[in-house]
Design a protein around this ligand. Structure first.
Ligand code: GLA
Length: 409
């Protein structure tokens, strides 16, 4: 098995004096645990181990389900599945991160699981796979991940994508990354009950090492953008438990659709800022603000690609600040703790980088981009300052961009 190092570095408030605490979790540790658990549960060795990464979105939030642009990167936290085919139609899955819970079901009778909700990602993904590529049978699977759960870093998308990748590899199915992403989204939308867009599954499947990925969420066209060598991606988990995520998310999505319908367009992708502003007086204020965020955020996302390519830190800083403000004031998906983290980071970064909330909001993480030479200075007192302001502990991760499940060789 591959012995590559994950290079996972975690900075923790528990260790604020030596904030550069380095916890080297190796990929080989995870692979060993998976293989041992597989042998223990099934009595034989797995055929293969597949991996799909989580993601951080650098800019472009709540634009994907409006047909707009997003700019995420796949990160060095992900989900791994050890698997082997079976001669019947039974799927056995063991989740090492859920106390080794084991779930079994037949491919001929896939029902929603109230008892072990995590298994619904597997069930939903296999239903979607069977609709398009039904030529597969049962499997024994063991899963383990290290994406912080509930932090807005797409642990569920990486789970869906790795399950699809595993079945495609075990049964030699001609499954593309884009197809897998669409199936993962279908699992969420139609089986799990979350009306998410396509960003998370697309980046988990199609991300590229050292690159951010500009995705046109309408055409699914991809443009990779090489991250400058000396640019660090810092993720800070506010450790605010994400509340009301699904209901508020679905409400926002409905408001965007209402705004587009009012303006006579299929989606907000088709509306310009000038058109929106011309209709401002007639549009309900809340719908105006939601649409204003979505349209301006898509523009910022394309501008960010250009700023990254130019290595223009001042512009990156401005765009990220504008994005956060828009998510706070127009889209209203931040929390006071996210706002505090972003403002602490912005103060420390100045023009040497930017910070914003990332993902769906209502808690979770913020992302900061800065030159590597600034990381130590920026992180020196961040966890202490955040704790003093909120009473909460921040987890800090230094990340880098990795390959997606369908891009890795
Ligand atoms: C969640 C969804 C994505 C996207 C983001 C917000 O992560 O799963 O599809 O809408 O929120 O950008």
């Amino acid at each position: 098995m591959n012995q590559d190092t994950l290079n996972l570095t975690q900075h923790s408030a528990n260790d604020i004096n030596t904030h550069a605490m380095s916890q080297s979790v190796t990929k080989s540790d995870i692979l060993v645990q998976l293989e041992q658990a597989f042998v223990q549960h099934f009595g034989y060795t797995p055929l293969q181990v597949c991996h799909a990464p989580g993601r951080v979105n650098l800019i472009g939030d709540h634009t994907d389900y409006n047909g707009g642009f997003v700019l995420p990167a796949a990160i060095n936290f992900g989900t791994w599945v050890a698997g082997h085919t079976r001669n019947d139609r039974i799927i056995n899955v063991v989740a090492l991160d859920c106390a080794g819970e084991r779930v079994s079901f037949s491919l001929d009778d896939i029902c929603f699981d109230e008892v072990s909700p995590w298994s619904n990602y597997v069930r939903g993904s296999l239903i979607a796979l069977a609709k398009a590529l039904p030529d597969f049978g049962g499997a024994d699977l063991v899963v383990k991940g290290n994406v912080p759960r509930g932090a807005g870093l797409s642990s569920s998308a990486s789970f869906e994508v790795v399950i699809l990748k595993t079945m495609a590899a075990l049964y030699d199915l001609p499954l593309s990354g884009v197809q897998a992403a669409l199936m993962g989204q279908q699992a969420e939308n139609e089986f799990v009950g979350c009306n998410c867009g396509i960003m998370d599954q697309m980046i988990s499947a199609m991300g590229k090492q050292h690159n951010a990925m500009l995705l046109d969420c309408r055409s699914l066209e991809i443009q990779y953008a090489r991250m400058p060598e000396d640019l660090a991606i810092i993720i800070v988990n506010s450790n605010v438990k994400r509340g009301l995520v699904d209901s508020e998310y679905n409400t926002r999505r409905g408001q965007c659709e209402q705004a587009a319908a009012f303006l006579g367009k299929a989606s907000l992708r088709d509306v310009t800022l000038a058109e929106l502003n011309a209709a401002k007086a007639e549009l309900e204020p809340v719908l105006y603000r939601r649409a204003h965020h979505v349209i301006s955020e898509s523009i910022r996302t394309c501008d960010m690609l250009a700023a990254l390519n130019r290595h223009d830190m001042a512009e990156i800083s401005t765009l990220m600040a504008q994005s956060h403000r828009s998510l706070k004031n127009d889209f209203e998906v931040t929390t006071s703790q996210l706002d505090i983290l972003v403002s602490l980071l912005a103060d420390k970064l100045g023009e040497h980088g930017g910070a914003r909330m990332t993902g769906g909001g209502f808690g979770g993480c913020v992302v900061a981009l800065t030159e590597r030479s600034h990381v130590d200075k920026v992180l020196a007192t961040l966890a202490e300052d955040y704790h003093a302001a909120t009473g909460l502990k921040a987890d800090i991760y230094l990340c880098h961009a990795v390959d997606g499940a369908f891009v890795a060789v």
